[in-house]
Design a protein around this ligand. Structure first.
Ligand code: HEC
Length: 440
C-alpha cells in the first residue's frame, strides 16, 4: 500500500490549483470575471474580435486568455494605477489574473451550472434617456475591408440659434464592428465645412487632429465608456451656429462595412454658470531626431486661478511611448494626474476623475512625454526613421495633453482664458473651448 501514497499525493497536488483548496471552474470563478471585465466589448456586435460569454467561448482559448491578461494587454487600460483615480477603470486584480491562469493550467473545467451567476444585462438604446438634440451622420460611410485604419471627420451642423450649455453627450456607434473610437470637436468658423466640401465622399479624411483648430470640444467615446452627466451647474459651451466635427477612428473588420453613427446631446436644465474649459499642456516645437530611442518633450503651465480638474486626455501619435502629467501645488506637494507607461494610439481614452481634483492657484502643471523614433519601434511610420516635427499627419507627432477643468467663479474663467492666450497664443485660446476673443 505504501508505495501508492506518493502517487496519490502527486495526483492530488496536480489536480488542485497551487494556492487554493478548491477547483477553479468557469461557472464559479471565470464567468464573473469575463462578464464584468470583457463582455462589454467581447459580445455580438461589439468591437472585440470574438465573444467571451459562454463556457465554449472561453474554454477553447483558455491559455490565450491567461497569457494576454497576465501581460495586462487586456482589458485595454493604459493609465498606471496610483496616478489619478479614474471612473470606469478597466483593470483586473492580481487575484483575477491568477484565477485565469490557474483555470487554464487545470484544464479549463466548466463546473456546476448552479454556480453560474445571473447573466449580464446590457442596456440597448440611449443610456441617459431621450437626448435633447440628436445629430446623425448625413449618410452612411463605407469602411474598406482591410488595410490601414481609417480616420474620418464628419461635419454635423447643430442648427442652434442660441448658445446652450451641454451636460452630457452620448455616442451610439452605427456599426460597432468597425467603430473603434470617436471624438467630438466644435467648429463655429466654417473651416470644417470647407474641408468637407473639398474631400469627395461623406466627411473628410484626417489622422491626428481634425485638420483645423477646433473652437471647443464635447469629449469623446471609446468602447466600454459610460456616458455621464457633468456635475450639476456645470456644462460645456455649445455656441450657436456651431458644427460638431465628429472624428471617427475605424478599424477595418475584414469585409466592407457601413457605418452611420449618432450623437445624442443633453443640455443642462438651466444655463450652466460653471463652464468646462480645456487647459492644454502642449509643446509644438518638438523635433524628434531620427533614430533616437527615448526623446524627451516637456510642457508646463502655471494655473492663474483655482480650478477643479474633471478629466484628462493625453494625445500623441505613433512614436509616443510614455506620458506623465504632474501637478506641483503651491505648498510643494506633488500629485500625479496621469501616467501612461505604454502609450498605444489605438487606446487613447478620455480619462474622467472619480472626484474632481482641486488644483489651487499657482499650481504648476508639467507634462513629460517620451518618443521612440528608432527603427526598433514597430509602429514607426517612417522607414528609415526621419526627423519628426509637430503636425496632423500619421508621420508627424504631437505632444498634447488636455485637462478639463471648472473654476469657482466666472471671472476666474476669463483670467484662465487670458493666461492661455498669453502663454500659448491662438492655439491655447481655441483649445480652451471658451470661444474666440471677439466673443468677450
Ligand atoms: C474596451 C473593449 C475591450 C475590453 C473591455 C476587452 N477587450 Fe479584448 N479586445 C478588444 C479589441 C478591440 C481587440 C482587438 C485587438 C485590439 O484592438 O487591441 C481585443 C482583443 C483581445 C484578444 C486577442 C489579442 C490578440 O493579440 O490577438 C484577447 C485574447 C482578448 N481581447 C481578451 C480579453 C479579455 C480576457 C478581456 C477581459 C479580461 C478583454 N479582452 C476585454 C476589446 C476589448
Amino acid at each position: 500500500m505504501h508505495r501508492f501514497v506518493p502517487a496519490l499525493l502527486l495526483g492530488v497536488t496536480f489536480a488542485l490549483p497551487a494556492s487554493a483548496a478548491e477547483e477553479i471552474t468557469f461557472t464559479k470563478h471565470i464567468a464573473p470575471i469575463l462578464w464584468k471585465n470583457c463582455a462589454s466589448c467581447h459580445r455580438p456586435g461589439e468591437v472585440g474580435p470574438f465573444n467571451l460569454l459562454t463556457y465554449k467561448d472561453a474554454a477553447k482559448r483558455a491559455d490565450f486568455l491567461a497569457q494576454i491578461t497576465s501581460e495586462r494587454r487586456m482589458p485595454p487600460w493604459k493609465a498606471e494605477p496610483g496616478h489619478g483615480d479614474f471612473e470606469d477603470v478597466r483593470r483586473l486584480s492580481d487575484a483575477e489574473i491568477k484565477l485565469l491562469a490557474q483555470w487554464a493550467e487545470s484544464g479549463a473545467k466548466e463546473g456546476k451550472a448552479s454556480d453560474l451567476p445571473p447573466a449580464p444585462k446590457f442596456t440597448e438604446g440611449w443610456q441617459l434617456g431621450q437626448p435633447d438634440l440628436i445629430l446623425k451622420m448625413a449618410e452612411p460611410f463605407e469602411v474598406r475591408a482591410d488595410g490601414r485604419d481609417v480616420y474620418r471627420c464628419f461635419v454635423l451642423p447643430t442648427g442652434l440659434t442660441e448658445d446652450r450649455t451641454v451636460a452630457a453627450v452620448e455616442f451610439r456607434p452605427g456599426n460597432r464592428r468597425v467603430v473603434h473610437h470617436a471624438l467630438y470637436f466644435l467648429d463655429n468658423t466654417g473651416a470644417a465645412r470647407k474641408k468637407d466640401e473639398a474631400d469627395p465622399g461623406p466627411g473628410y479624411s484626417s489622422f491626428g487632429g481634425i485638420g483645423i483648430v477646433p473652437t471647443g470640444s464635447l469629449g469623446g467615446w471609446a468602447p466600454g465608456a459610460t456616458a455621464r452627466r457633468l456635475p450639476e451647474g456645470t456644462g460645456r459651451m455649445l455656441r450657436k451656429g456651431s458644427d460638431v466635427v465628429l472624428q471617427i477612428h475605424y478599424h477595418p473588420s475584414g469585409k466592407v462595412e457601413k457605418d452611420q453613427s449618432t450623437l445624442g446631446i443633453y443640455f443642462t436644465r438651466k444655463p450652466a454658470q460653471r463652464l468646462v474649459m480645456g487647459v492644454p499642456l502642449v509643446n509644438r516645437r518638438l523635433a524628434i531626431p531620427a533614430g533616437e530611442k527615448r526623446h524627451e518633450v516637456k510642457a508646463t503651465f502655471t494655473l492663474p486661478v483655482d480650478v477643479q480638474a474633471l478629466g484628462i486626455t493625453p494625445h500623441m501619435h505613433l512614436l509616443g511611448r510614455e506620458m506623465k502629467v504632474t501637478a506641483t501645488l503651491p505648498n510643494g506637494k506633488q500629485e500625479s494626474l496621469i501616467w501612461i507607461k505604454d502609450w498605444d494610439f489605438n487606446w487613447q481614452d478620455q480619462y474622467r476623475y472619480r472626484k474632481p481634483v482641486a488644483l489651487p492657484k499657482g499650481t504648476k502643471l508639467e507634462m513629460v512625454a517620451y518618443y521612440d523614433n528608432s527603427a526598433d519601434n514597430s509602429k514607426n511610420p517612417n522607414h528609415p526613421p526621419k526627423l519628426v516635427r509637430w503636425g496632423e499627419q500619421t508621420t508627424d507627432e504631437m505632444a498634447l495633453c488636455g485637462l478639463q477643468v471648472i473654476t469657482a467663479k466666472r471671472a476666474d474663467m476669463l483670467e484662465l482664458y487670458k493666461e492661455l492666450l498669453k502663454t500659448q497664443g491662438r492655439l491655447g485660446s481655441l483649445l480652451s473651448g471658451f470661444g474666440t476673443p471677439s466673443d468677450k
